[in-house]
Design a binder for this molecule. Structure first.
Ligand SMILES: [Zn+2]
Length: 246
């Protein structure tokens, strides 16, 4: 056996081990699209406010350029960002606030880690995360949320079924705009500017010190310049997989 062949067989064996470990508790990362409209095209911008602060570069650009967005907020973020919430509430034609959970805990009902964050770990804890997020939004005034997006945007299928029973649609996405706000400005701008008719973009509005935020603004302005229309999730017919919207 050649050295090279031996090496590739070893790599193959390793990858098989990784695949079977993954199957033991399969999580899903659902996608969401809008019904394509043709013409100049139509996209939905969704921005997560997980915790931390507000990226005013993005918030100001949205207001100044009249770009509508769906903002997924946690109870933690709502508590610490009253000024930003006030700006969003002052522009109900631009901002739809939806449920990103009470404490930014992944909606996975078995104990495990996702990107280093501990999951809710039980059905009761998933319910508590979803309901406390909705309660936080209700106490901040404004309409009741209709959409939920869990921390990390990964779910166990059983958690999806529970959340749907509570009456929420689950917001996947089709364009990962900022790679968890960890990408550089150029790469973020390129990803967002490449969005096509029907895409649902995800990025973050809670990391004012990250370069990605600058790229979010550049990407959005490029899309606007191309004649793309922006809609909120409530304004368009949508199609999610994994049982998230039907
Ligand atoms: Zn988040």
């Amino acid at each position: 056996m050649t050295d090279l062949l031996q090496k590739s067989l070893y790599a193959l064996a390793l990858s098989l081990v990784a695949v079977s470990a993954g199957n033991a508790a399969t999580l899903v990362e659902p996608t969401l699209h809008l019904k394509p409209q043709g013409g100049g095209g139509r996209v939905a911008l969704t921005l997560d406010a997980c915790g931390g602060k507000t990226d005013t570069r993005i918030l100001s650009a949205l207001v100044e350029n009249r770009i509508p967005a769906t903002i997924f907020v946690t109870g933690i973020w709502l508590k610490r960002n009253a000024a930003a919430v006030e700006i969003m509430r002052a522009h109900p034609d631009l901002f739809e606030l939806e449920n990103h959970g009470g404490r930014h805990i992944p909606a996975v009902d078995t104990p495990r880690k996702i990107y280093g964050i501990s999951s809710a770990g039980s059905p009761d804890a998933v319910l508590a995360e979803v309901e406390s997020g909705a309660a936080a939004l209700a106490s901040a005034g404004g309409p009741a949320p209709k959409w939920f997006r869990g921390a990390t945007a990964e779910y166990s299928p059983s958690a999806i079924a529970m959340i749907r029973k509570l009456g929420f649609k689950i917001a996947g996405f089709s364009v990962n705009g900022d790679g968890g706000s960890l990408l550089g400005a150029k790469q973020t701008a390129r990803r967002i500017a490449a969005a096509k008719d029907g895409d649902v973009i995800i990025a973050h509005i809670n990391q004012p010190t990250h370069a990605a935020g600058e790229g979010v603004v550049q990407g959005l302005l490029a899309l606007k310049q191309k004649g793309m229309t922006f809609v909120r999730l409530d304004d368009a017919e949508d199609m999610g997989n994994d049982g998230t919207t039907d």
